[in-house]
Design a protein around this ligand. Structure first.
Ligand code: SF4
Length: 251
């Protein structure tokens, strides 16, 4: 089992985890790790990887709702979420994902009438962000390649980080992006911690399960990793043999 964090990052804040939260995350991590060991295919099957990631995303969602609903503080926190369709300031940030999520997102991007356009967008965007630190990257406000008319065109396949990043004020997100774009330090964004705490357990479970399977388990940058999957026909096959194919994109 991977060591559980005593604290997690919520936006730019560090949040210390109480012991009961750490115990809950240990259980969640174990359940997810077992699912990865059991259900990740033995060789390349992008559809099967996408289905596993969808199931894990459903678990994350259900656990988040349960945690919100368990206490009055949680219910207030849930009610404070301001995120809504058409608001996509956070889709210009650097997003950290697991390798199976890159495979699932590439699988989704490669399907549908707009797939050629989306793949070209990934390939055009990846060189722009190569080697950039997250703050520098955010300052350039480069949109995620699957963002179309300020909406996620692959919403069902969006990564766990995208599903757990919430804010209580769209204006705060806008002010933060404007500040960073001008070279400033950014502005504070109040973010509900519950979804990010749950995601920590889920992501630790995925990486722990991958490590048990002998596969590269690092978390990686979304655009670069997904572009590799879309552009190199052998990358996923090689990852399934245990090769550390995604090392250049490790976060
Ligand atoms: S995958 Fe979708 S939700 Fe996530 S950053 Fe890209 S456009 Fe936004």
């Amino acid at each position: 089992m991977a060591a559980l964090p005593r604290s997690i990052q919520v936006g730019r804040e560090t949040l210390r985890l109480p012991p009961e939260a750490a115990r809950f995350l240990a259980t969640l991590q174990g359940v997810i790790a077992d699912a990865v060991v059991r259900d990740l295919p033995q060789r390349r099957d992008d559809g099967a990887v996408a289905r596993l990631m969808a199931t894990i995303a459903e678990t994350q969602s259900a656990e988040t709702t349960k945690a919100f609903q368990a206490t009055q503080t949680g219910r207030v926190e849930q009610a404070s979420i301001a995120c809504a369709a058409g608001c996509a300031f956070c889709c210009r940030n650097s997003v950290e994902i697991t390798i199976p999520e890159a495979i699932a997102l590439a699988h989704a991007a490669g399907q549908g009438a707009d797939s050629t356009v989306l793949i070209a967008r990934f390939q055009a965007t990846a060189p722009l962000i190569q080697g950039l630190k997250p703050l520098k990257r955010q300052s350039m406000a480069i949109p995620c390649p699957v963002l179309v008319e300020e909406a996620c065109s692959r919403y069902a396949a969006r990564p766990l980080a995208c599903r757990s990043t919430y804010a209580t004020s769209a204006q705060a997100c806008e002010r933060d992006l404007a500040s960073v774009s001008k070279g400033g330090p950014g502005k504070p964004i109040k973010m509900p911690a519950t979804p990010q705490v749950i995601r920590t357990g889920v992501v630790d479970g995925i990486t722990s399960g991958l490590a048990r399977r002998g596969l590269q388990a690092d978390t990686v940058e979304l655009i670069a990793a997904t572009t590799l999957v879309l552009s190199d026909a052998t990358a996923v096959d090689r990852w399934f043999t245990g090769e550390r194919v995604f090392t250049a994109f490790v976060r």
